[in-house]
Design a protein around this ligand. Sequence first.
Ligand SMILES: [Zn+2]
Ligand SMILES: [Zn+2]
Length: 601
Amino acid sequence: MYTLRPYQSDAVKAVLHYFRRHASPAVAVLPTGAGKSLVIAELARIAKGRVLVLAHVKELVEQNHAKYEGYGLNGGIFSAGLGRKESQDKVVFASVQSVVRNLDAFADQFSLLVIDECHRVPDNQDSSYRRVIAHLQTVNPGLKVLGLTATPYRLGQGWIYQYHTSGKVRTTETRFFRDCVFELPISHLLDEGFLTPAHVLDAPLLSYDFSQVSRTANGYYREADLEKVVANAPRATPQIVEQIVDYARERQGVMIFAATVNHAREVLSYLPAQASALIVGDTPSTERDRLITAFKQKALKYLVNVSVLTTGFDAPHVDLIAILRPTESVSLYQQIAGRGLRLAPGKQDCLILDYAGNVYDLYQPEIGMPKPDSDSELVTIPCPACGFNNSFWGKLEDNGFLIEHYGRQCQGYFEDEDGEREICGYRFRAKFCDECGADNDIAARRCHQCDAPLIDPDKKLREALKLKDALVVACNDMTLTAGKNRYQKPQLKVTYHTHEGNDLHEVWPLASKKQKQDFLARFVRPHLVDRHRPFDATAPTKVTASQHRFHPPDFVIARKQGRFWHLRQKIFDVENFISQDRLTALLAQSRGQAFAESDAS
Ligand SMILES: [Zn+2]
Ligand SMILES: [Zn+2]
């Protein structure tokens, strides 16, 4: 039998707890080296009904089955590639391709379906995975589906699940896997000694400068762009390889991650020929298997590759990882470095040499946004609307004060007693529509509510500054005053107190239904701080009593009409949309302009 590590039994408990209450498919995130086979074994052992464990390649089916039987348990194998078609055992390990071709053999109920490397389950209903799942669900509508993966975040596709157990929404799009019920960070395994310690050496003197390379819309780097950087540093590669070989003297297995196929070939050409091999995307699979076996048996010391060697590749003795390519995400970085972190006899640590200025480390959680630059760090930003603690990239002063963060929208969600979920959706940065007051994503070009074009705050300011008779000033505060117009109809007067000390006024008539609606849309929405609490009062005294729930705009733009300044536009620059430098420059300009105006008058 076996003993679970504490986090493994936590994972099992989390899964059980979830499936007691929910029927929707769920994901557990376990990094490479976490021992997911033990989690599978325990779930299969305690499950009341039958369990099917699916993988997409025979190597994984075999590995999972071998570990399971290694714990003294018995399970069947259903895989054409392994020459076994046993579908009647209590626990069956199967390859998805074999099952989809033999659905008749799976006419009896399973209560739990476990999918290994579940990030491969596509949204496409016609895929093998989805057809197998649909079939099993027909046989047992109460089937529970659990996915296991180390990489829940995929470039171009995003998060493979929608909600995280911490109360975080990852995407507003529906996903096949609704919830992530358990997640173990790689840092935990490092801290607890379940992985080999990493010794990371940034090599700033000898390195490629990939910092100017831009990404595609999907977040990837283009091969041609990477090629250019490597080609522009012709002396770098031989020197880098020389250094790797130097560091590798006391090492057993070295994996080198190159930027492109040409780059990989060049790297290979400088390595000791008998001890090195290259694996690229179109290396034939027999050749690939032969090279990997030789590498695992230590007949080869250096293995160069371009795309990450992932599934089915498990060489625990690797103790030097050289990264010669920029990595697109924290996950990818950790996946690459993780190849060297498996425990192995006699292995003390893993040396990680970074020649590409990667800004990630092994302790960073994936937050689904590329790190903006090397100064950025993870910051916790509580949502003013729901209180959820968001994780965003941001910048801190030395004393720990927040300078700015790059988060756009609150990731919090709530679930009521009926299990209905509501996403908070508070926007830290928003473009407010001047027409209807709706808040829009900062990248939006048109209002999602009324389709009016949306203009960046920065552009609004620049345009206002071009106008001869415009006053552009930062707004410090505002005062609400309830009152009546000369016909004794209720109205609300709003006074904006500006940086320069001049006050600008705005009057909202609040008598007719139309006026009230207009006020709610165009005043309340953009000014309301706690937008999660509805505000529908339109009686002037009620509004003034709630003055604390409204914030002033960041800037006001006024135009001169006759002798008076008339408020024309309010600009909400939520969370430093306009940089501090820009703001200072704009204000200096506008102050100059305001003075020029008053001199002239
Ligand atoms: Zn929130
Ligand atoms: Zn609108």
